[in-house]
Design a protein around this ligand. Structure first.
Ligand code: SF4
Length: 364
């Protein structure tokens, strides 16, 4: 395939119920989502995410089966309109740490730069759904300059994570501009890129992209594989392309109810990652994003599963089970966390800063 063939794949994503229904039998409830969502958007009430799926990712699903683990990741449902009282539009409290538009500085030596709101597939459990979507284009030149200037003044920042949205949906030239702007002023900074591209649009990992990324090593790719079905010849080749170019790859999964919340699936996922030279890095407890409770696994069950997984897989294959504490408490590794059960508030979990944050007990 031509290096630019991925753009056609991106342009041809399925973004409407009408097109989707040519390939998947939609339930009444799924159809209702699309109808209801339009109305809610007009009334300014919707916090739901846009819909898009690549034909590649769709092809990995058994689309006639509503329980299929790939289908569930991209198929919207009316459950997205169920809001729990403890769910938040910005569950990680990122806006509180936004120091200049697009740049989040929460941890002393790391910063997070949101470079686009666009993604190849909109994952229905996305915690950044208040930001992610078609309307959020690409970081502007002025925003980029301001973000770089901020990082220059804060030389305690040693790593920057490019995220969004998905940075790798941007054209090579724009990625080069962003990385060039950062690395020309911040020579020692290590760049990480958070992306779902290898699992949802592996055609994007072209020779051209690799040539750009190679210029800015040390650079790490943090990808997201959630289920063994996401491993195909294409996705495995995409992973190899990064690694063979000296770009290490780590994987962050999300623990998702009905998708990967069983020992067999998690163990298989871990084995596939390791065989493909990818370190299972984190497995995240679901964030408290509005309208995502149908994906969250109760914390106690998650802890039990992870304990079982640790007895099944090697140290290399074992991800860290972590939660991002709601409301800006930051990331905490769950096994061994200082955690108390409180009957009214669920779990009270101590952050690295020593403050306690509540996380609901959803097993009740
Ligand atoms: S690729 Fe990442 S940012 Fe985009 S919808 Fe999925 S989880 Fe959210």
């Amino acid at each position: 395939m031509q290096d630019n063939g991925w753009k056609e794949h991106f342009k041809n994503r399925i973004i409407s119920a009408e097109e989707l229904s040519k390939y998947c039998r939609l339930s009444e409830e799924e159809r209702a989502f699309f109808k209801t969502e339009g109305k809610r958007k007009q009334n300014g009430q919707s916090v739901t995410l846009d819909f898009a799926v690549t034909r590649y990712f769709l092809s990995l699903s058994d689309c006639g089966n509503p329980a299929d683990p790939v289908r569930r990741q991209f198929m919207p449902s009316l459950s997205e309109f169920i809001y729990k009282e403890y769910e938040l539009p910005d569950p990680l409290g990122e806006s509180e740490y936004m120091v200049v538009p697009g740049l989040i500085h929460r941890y002393k030596n790391r910063a997070l730069l949101l470079v686009t709101g666009l993604c190849a597939v909109y994952c229905r459990y996305c915690f950044r759904r208040h930001f992610t979507g078609r309307k959020k284009g690409i970081i502007g030149r002025e925003e980029l300059v301001n973000a770089v200037q901020y990082m220059e003044k804060h030389n305690e920042i040693e790593e920057v994570l490019l995220s969004g949205g998905d940075p790798l949906v941007l054209p090579d030239g724009r990625i080069n501009d962003i990385l060039g702007a950062i690395k020309s002023r911040l020579k020692k900074i290590v760049v990480r890129i958070g992306t779902r591209i290898p699992s949802v649009l592996p055609q994007r990992v072209t020779g051209g992209l690799i040539s750009v990324l190679k210029l800015y090593r040390p650079l790490w790719i943090i990808t997201q594989f959630n289920h063994p079905k996401e491993f195909t010849g294409r996705s495995m080749e995409a992973l190899s392309r990064f690694i063979d170019a000296g770009i290490p790859v780590l994987n962050q999964s999300v623990l998702l109810k009905g998708i990967n919340d069983n020992l067999r699936t998690l163990a298989e996922l871990s084995g596939l990652l390791v065989k493909n030279r990818v370190k299972p890095y984190y497995i995240f407890q679901g964030d408290l994003a509005k309208g995502t409770s149908h994906f969250r696994v109760p914390l106690k069950r998650g802890l039990k599963l992870i304990d079982e997984l640790s007895k099944e897989v090697s140290g290399i294959g074992m991800p860290v089970y972590a939660v991002d504490l709601p409301g800006g408490g930051g990331k905490v590794s769950l096994p061994g966390a200082d955690m108390e059960k409180n009957d009214d508030k669920g779990f009270m979990i101590k952050s690295s800063g020593g403050k306690r944050y509540s996380y609901p007990d959803e097993s009740r």
